[in-house]
Design a protein around this ligand. Sequence first.
Ligand SMILES: [Zn+2]
Length: 256
Amino acid sequence: MLDFDLNMEQIQKHPIVATISIAAGAILASEVIWKMVTFLQGQLSGKKPLRVHEVLTFNELGDICAAQHLRSPDLSKSPDAVVLQCRNQHCTLRNVGKIVEQIDQAQYSIDIAIYTFTSLPLADAFKRALQRGVNIRIISDREMVFSAGSQINVLASLGVPVRTPITTYMMHNKYCVIDGVERVEEIRLLKKRKWMRPCCSVVVSGSVNWTRQGFGGNWENCILSADEKLARMFQADFARMWKAFENSEDKLKPKI
Ligand SMILES: [Zn+2]
């Protein structure tokens, strides 16, 4: 009783401080309860994560939660669980993290068709993929390969083959195919392997260029999809372009 009386006295003496303290306590408690509920849901369902099928949107609401993520580790190292579970569905860090998460799951191949690419978190994810032995190929726009901050140029210096159309028309695609079925089979034949580990084809595609402005300023979208039919169609498109731009590869020497 004494403690309770004392607390009531404190609240009456310092109502603003007490209100802020109570509000902060309530927010903290709700976060803890939310995490416990999502953990228990995962444990009880016993289900593995569903194959990705998601639309990411980038817009003016992308940084409203940025202050909350200040203490999060650098996304370029790996997608952070707290950021990935951010409840702001437009969160720039969460959405970039979701793309990085898919790249980090690539086992054999990533075929990229992109206009502009300067995003460091994505570049780091592709470097990690190269270290795992993943085969990466890039088709880009001839002018943009060597533009300021281009990560295409950086990846090319690490041995990634780059091709471009030689024309005044733009290579305006913004997609990549991860572990496309036909490409994985091509790699199996090249490496003369009898068997490859099971893997999941994923398409990353949308309006967004892989740049700071694209992810953190413009109004853009990006679809992540493990739909195999969709992945086959994108993979076929890439394969056609890769062959069509065969002669451009030698002329694209990295300039760094
Ligand atoms: Zn967020």
